[in-house]
Design a protein around this ligand. Sequence first.
Ligand code: AP5
Ligand code: MG
Length: 194
Amino acid sequence: MNVILFGAPGAGKGTQANFLIKEYNLTQISTGDMLRESVKRKTELGKKVEIIMTKGDLVSDEIIFSLISNRLNNTDYTNGFIFDGFPRNLKQAKKLDEMMYDMKINLDFVFHIDVDEQILTSRIENRAKQEKITRKDDTSSVLIERLKVYNRETKPVLDHYSNQNKLNVINGMGTIEEVSSNISNIIQKDFKVD
Ligand code: AP5
Ligand code: MG
């Protein structure tokens, strides 16, 4: 089973990815985590993307495609993938379609974790207070930019998946457990898990 977790910054993509890893033993591919790791390790890539990420803008499609294709080539085929934070624009969505077609794997579900902007803001503010190492983009001014980018570049991708009949809108405003159970109910209904 291969799924996309789609949603605005702070919607709960990473949180629900953890649930899907535990519940269905899927492999998470989070472009944000991969990029942050290269910034932390101060690699060439990290140096290139750091300023862009700190501003809340999208890094280039070329960088993302090379990250994703390396990761897909180097991962054992377990029970499938969770794409977290990818695709983020229409070009990336089309590229993922091509990659999956070439690999002869299917995209089973796109879950749009839908959360009001006010709640997103308070979640990001909470995370910034709680985490030991605060993300540089977890400030109110960068969040405004991340939300703008999401609305402009990323949200239109929803139509792409709606046209493919893959889109499931999940109310992301309940508790973490409620959101997990909404996701799980759809999977159980439509997918035979061994
Ligand atoms: P990325 O790392 O993908 O960040 P994001 O989309 O801004 O989302 P977050 O990771 O902040 O939120 P989340 O949805 O994972 O929520 P979480 O579960 O943490 O991208 C970062 C940057 O990298 C981008 O801005 C861009 O520069 C670059 N980038 C990444 N991918 C790219 C791509 N494909 N193309 C180009 N550039 C790319 O939850 C948030 C908080 O809320 C947590 O504290 C959590 O505990 C809490 N929470 C979660 N669910 C609930 C709930 N139900 N109730 C209460 N609290 C909750
Ligand atoms: Mg995340």
